[in-house]
Design a protein around this ligand. Sequence first.
Ligand code: ZN
Length: 664
Amino acid sequence: MQPQLFTSSLGRLIGASLLACSLVTLSACSKNEDTARQKQIEEPPTSTEGAAGTADQPEKSAPMADKGAPESGVDYHSFANTSDYVVKHLDLDLTADFDNKVLKGEAILDIKRLTQKNPELILDTRDINVTAVRAGMGDNLQPVKFTMGETDPHLGTPLKIKLPKGANRVAIQYQTSPGASGVQWLEPQQTAGKKHPFLFTQAQAIHARSFIPLQDTPQVRMTYKATIRTPEELRAVMSANNDPEAELDGVFEFEMPQAIPSYLIAIGIGNLDFKAMGERTGVYAEPELLEAAAKEFEDTEDMLEVTEENFGPYRWDRYDLLILPPSFPFGGMENPRLSFITPTVIAGDKSLVALIAHELAHSWSGNLITNASWRDLWLNEGFTTYLTNRIMQFVYGDERYQMEMALGYDDLKADLDDRDDKDEIMAIDLRGRDPDEVFSNIPYEKGSLFLYELEQKVGRENFDKFLMEYFNHFAFQSITTEDFVKYLDQTLLKQYPDKLDRERIQEWIFNPGIPEGAPQPTSDAFTKLDPIREQWLNGEIKASDIDTKGWTFHQWKYFLDGMPEKLSEDQLKELDSAFDLTQSKNNEIAFSWLMIAVRNDYEPANARLEDFLVSIGRNKFLRPLYRNMVENGKTDEAKRIFEKAKSGYHPLTVKVNSKIIYGD
Ligand SMILES: [Zn+2]
């Protein structure tokens, strides 16, 4: 995923003398509150007992933190008793009721028994209203007893099902809550077209349980089939075999033949059209966004091909993109066969397409080889961040590669300044915490830097060979950090004992911070901007004299983010008139400029600021802007805009920013 709640290019400041402290604070602060799962529950959580009464099995209590180190391979964020049963296949039949904002229908789970005994089957749910459960063998399913256990604030509510002996299939009738943490219902005015409603799900990390009762752990992989029923004018798409030709008749059938973990199950419903970009790639989007998206992301097919050439076959058939409405709170989500993407990266010049490379790379790291628990997230995101940089280099060349690497490194350093030691460890201890808290630059950028060091030490060619074999070796498996280390022992460490040692590996994975002597990616394209900025600040040159021809968005951001905290009114006007920053069409550049404008009371940008906050729901932008407003005495203005905009925000975005603005 690119939650992009934590990465802020504000952290991408190198010139220490020019570095504004408040920017750093803003860039990496409060990750925890921001990613705390939204829990806007409009209906009370269901704790209904099954009509048939209470099962008599002993309770499995919520896996809570205990003493000592977390156990490798244990998922502390699921109630599921996966050592007794494993779900192998899911059959889903859901109706999207836009009036009541609920999904209702049935989930049928095919289960494999791993025990001779007949314990209860325990599934994960959150705010789901289960109305009936049947179980049995094959098509012979009979009503069975079930109970809802005690609700845990992070984990939801276990659903306990008494199975008949030998049963290998369970059918659960249920309906979601309008406040389901993994489902967003958008009103027509929140979409690009403004005529039709829209629905999308976001299951990572543990939100699948809010719309499907299942074993919601990345250790369990299942295939699925689904029937999604929608209002007739809308199209449903899933992380499965989408058919762009499917008729708009209110019923859509899907099949996902490759086994995936639950957090990769995804549904999107809206007024969606399709446009092919290449043989295996295409875009689903509202008609208003379709052409621009297909143009912006037209290199996706090339990205797919170079990744295959270098890291092994793409094993998911098609790779399509679903462009979500602007209120999507994240950058993107790697739902297999169909990545979910924010429209805010449609910049018109492909400057922000690293996001596509990132989501595509997950088709290898994450979706093919999956973290066994959220502690091991760095195996998903560190590898993916590393691959993203490589893909950007293959497709756009060395300079772009250097810049992306340097920006990532600066993000990491900013994040490290702001974190507790224990949260700087790649294999993080998340017991008793919301797993959404693990999404920081540590698994992403530290993970990537670690792999970059391995590459530097053994040589790129050798490292690529290793990667290709790694993806092949663990394909379609969920692995732990320890599985990876063991594999490393048997491969690279054995092959290159003079270049690598185990102690160093341990230090990277299990110690806080960046090990001494680690690579420090920089980019000449950035460092040459420092003296220019300085000269302008010293009044030695005019803004209009700066030759910005050929500057990429990365350079613009670097240039702006490195400005000191305070600029004079004249300086602001000079910059704005030379570069038309208030009107920038690039959301990242506009964001950097608005941050400067807010903290310097630059009035001419106020209208753009309001428009930006109202029209975009991406938390990466909103959170720092609102925080900046509050810190600069503009709380009333922040409240006014927030109240105007909030009906268009994702519940998570509302929660996070309301906390910033109202302080509760
Ligand atoms: Zn990711």
